[in-house]
Design a protein around this ligand. Sequence first.
Ligand SMILES: [Zn+2]
Length: 618
Amino acid sequence: MKLKYRTAVAVLLGLTLFMYQETYPQKKRNKAVKANLESTRPTAPEISYTISMSKPWTHLLEVEMRVKSSALPEKSEIIMPVWTPGSYLIREFARHVQDFSAFDSNGNSLIWSKANKNTWQISTKGIGEFIARYNVYANELTVRTNELNDQHAFWNNTALLMFPKDQLNAPSILKVVPFGNWKIATGLPRVANQPDTFQAPNFDVLYDSPFEVGNFKEITFEVQGKPHRFVVNGEGNYDLEKIAKETAKIIEQSFKIFGELPYDDYTFILNLRGGGGLEHSNSTALQWNRFGFKPENRFVDFMTLVAHEFFHLFNVKRIRPDSLGPFNYQNENYTKLLWVAEGATAYYENVLAQRAGLMSDKDFLSARAAAIQALQSRPGRLQTSLEEASFDAWVKYYRQDENAVNNQISYYDKGEIVVFLLDLEIRAATNGAKSLDDVFRLLYRDFFKQNKNYTSEDFQRIAETVATKSLNEFFSKYVRGREELNYNSAFDAFGLKLFTGEGAEAAYFGADLNQDGDRLLIKTIPAGSPAYNQGLNTGDQIIAVDSFRANQTFLQSYIGEKKPGEKIKLTIFRFDQIREIEIALGGLPPRNFAIRVVEKPSDEQKRLYAGFFGTELK
Ligand SMILES: [Zn+2]
């Protein structure tokens, strides 16, 4: 997501009013917090939280929330977010709340009730402070949820802390009471002279700052004079010094694009289980397999995750699409621009890795070819545009079913490819003088620095400004539309050509299978494949092929010996009833896509290629 530090106040007619949202550079954060805390606004409540973990084995994080105000309403409402920015799904964090109680400052119980699924309403008539206490069950380690156990605590404040209704602009203080001698890592700044106490100028910053508390290993390093901290929880085959060294290169390459590192400090939190990451303004939460740092290609995969989340601090946390910040934490936040927010970030994770020397130009191109092959084998590419896929993320991308391959595309995967083509288009149009870097530099200058979010129209206009030509056809076909991408028209200027494999001699069945113990099940069926056209269904259990017992290995090798047009007879269970279905096999679609060098590239092609990769076309 991105970095939004808003809270600008204007004094008007003797009243202090929230006039508009303003983005604060990170440097001003502490000052802003202080200013807000010290302000005498009558409506600004004092909000503080204490988070304890006295019995980690119960997985219960203990929250005490205090709200003090000279103007508490008769009924105060506190609200649990339903989602966490960066992960576009309603997750209903309120479902993990238990043991709720409310008190006044003298410890007298207050009457409370639920107003809806995630709002707690407390009777606060005639009092100036209330205290809410609740526990949150934390036993799900993902980058957007919470985990507490005897090893550590990791949490996202969106999944833990309620906010007072209509007070998202208010500052708050957060105190952590660690278990035993556990250490704390977070991107939030500390409050001076108060141990384990942190501050946030508003809820977008508070909710943007995950915590890791435990006996983690850590390394600190400087890049461009800014401190960086890499914190790792768990044992594994990683080399923390190597990670820090390569991460510093990724940061240097990002600095080269934007000319600054817009934070005071940056924290990488890595948990060695699962995989994935979530971006924040001056931190990121990462997960990776504990033994996934060797061999070298897996290490490079890990570093592209680091690069992805780091690049997000620019693209999405600061260069913000229309509706992505300030956030509405109670509903979906719709945007057509996730293909830029995620697709361009997925593209730059590879660009940064290539520029940092972690992958060669050939590695870069073969990964792009594999991505193109995956997109071209997905019937959903003709059903959903990039803008549609972005907008519907809430009900589609995060809720994929067996039909997703046929009616959806990923705004990450297709976004990354379209952004690659756009970069090539701009470089070719400007004879190598400009690139996608210039587009992001302009977005950073004209939107982030101006405290504005950008729209779809803004993005196209900025790209056209950099390309010095209309890109309307490109955007209407590839971004708003669902047309096939023309790869070679983009590759040619760089002396490259997409190779889509030889003719299909091998037989093709067309269902993706899943061997579940003894059961061979059909997982998905791409539209248009022989399996799809001849009546097989997702969930069918294949028992035999031509009356021989089938398992996945046997079926694949059996079909491998057939020719296109030959028939096989499948015996299946469908809903516990046995059936036989005859399938005429088709021809295997093209595989082994590659991006190759054209014969006898011209000097012009060589020059553009070298401009892209910093290395010679060979
Ligand atoms: Zn991302």
